[in-house]
Write a protein that binds this ligand. Structure first.
Ligand code: NAD
Ligand code: UDP
Length: 311
């Protein structure tokens, strides 16, 4: 039985990961400050004696004996990470330093939940891991993008300088049950709007693209990455390479919810990436033929039934 720390474990992705790790027979410590996460996401795990919930902010050091750390603590929705940008970058950078310090002290393996945002508004399409990105260092998304880029640097430096066992994954847009209805990201926004019969808010003309991954596929990739051969550090893209425009997504959500909502067009936020699609050959090669299994329509149906219950 491994003792595993999941920071940000009460969030959308973290809650699925905690559940999966417990199912595999591990002991899980879930650490969260509940900024965007919620106890609701993990309340069903509280009866499990091998699950421990700790209210803690990763900008402060944390002490504990663990074998593995999944570092997920960080708001991921643009609305939330832009709410307090200084706190966001502190969470990424100081959180990484604190968790890497812990990994170093107790000789734990540590995985960083990095992001496709390290590629910024990419000039190379689709994005392989070798692409260094096109990121505005002083824009409204910079607190997140540069915080995550700096965290990747710290992970590499702790590995090179101190021999810490690290793994870095770059997650592309992921959706599924346990997203907060108020999260502000596009999939949850469109579904909640469609279910409530409100206008569907497309930012810009809806021609920008994203590639959407269902959360189960991500969790499978994360666990495989943690268990991959020691020499493989990443970064590795974990995402679904099927690309959609936001207009296509809106139309699909309206169809699947049988909604009477109308599409409206609002201004495109500053620095909003125009295109995004992962190259996943490295993940396939290194992570035992990992590839996403869930098609968008299938994942949306599951996510819609979740939101029907919670809103
Ligand atoms: P989320 O907002 O649902 O979860 C983040 C969790 O971290 C929340 O429970 C929040 O309360 C917690 N948290 C935030 N700041 C904290 C702090 N200072 N101390 C302790 N806990 C803190 O987002 P998510 O989608 O579950 O994302 C999880 C991780 O995956 C994040 O690091 C995110 O950057 C990364 N990621 C997610 C996606 C995606 O599409 N879901 C894409 C790329 C990267
Ligand atoms: N978006 C939108 N309507 C919304 C929310 C988002 O059109 O209500 C667009 C947003 O401008 C971006 C895309 O959807 O182009 C994905 O946004 P999200 O916030 O989900 O994640 P991002 O990939 O931008 O971090």
């Amino acid at each position: 039985m491994k003792k595993i720390l999941v920071t940000g474990g009460a969030g959308f992705v973290g809650s699925h990961l905690c559940e999966r790790l417990l199912k595999e027979g591990n002991e899980v410590i879930c650490l969260d400050n509940y900024f965007t996460g919620s106890k609701e996401n993990i309340v069903h795990l509280l009866d499990n004696p091998y699950f421990e919930l700790v209210r803690h902010d990763v900008t402060e050091p944390y002490m504990g004996e663990v074998d593995e750390i999944y570092n997920l603590a960080c708001p991921a929705s643009p609305v939330h990470y832009q709410h307090n940008p200084i706190k966001t970058i502190k969470t990424s950078v100081m959180g990484a330093i604190n968790m890497l310090g812990l990994a170093k002290r107790v000789n734990a393996k540590i995985l960083q939940a990095s992001t496709s945002e390290v590629y910024g508004d990419p000039l190379v399409h689709p994005q392989p891991e070798s692409y260094w990105g096109h990121v505005n260092p002083i824009g409204i998304r910079s607190c997140y993008d540069e915080g995550k880029r700096c965290a990747e640097t710290l992970f590499m430096d702790y590995h090179n300088q101190n021999g810490v066992k690290i793994k870095i994954i770059r997650i592309f847009n992921t959706y599924g049950p346990n997203m907060n209805p108020e999260d502000g990201r596009v999939v949850s926004n469109f579904i909640v709007q469609a279910l409530k019969g409100e206008d569907i808010t497309i930012f810009g003309d809806g021609s920008q693209t994203r590639s959407f991954q269902y959360v189960d596929d991500l969790v499978e990739g994360m666990v495989r990455m943690m268990n991959s051969r020691d020499e493989f550090l990443g970064p590795v893209n974990i995402g679904n390479p099927v690309e959609f425009t936001m207009l296509e997504l809106a139309e699909l959500v309206i169809k699947l919810t049988n909604s009477s909502s109308k599409i409206i067009y609002l201004p495109l936020p500053q620095d909003d990436p125009t295109q995004r699609k992962p190259v996943i050959e490295l993940a396939f090669k290194e992570l035992n033929c990992w590839q996403p299994k869930t098609h968008l329509e299938e994942g949306l149906i599951k996510t819609i039934s979740y939101f029907k219950k919670v809103i």
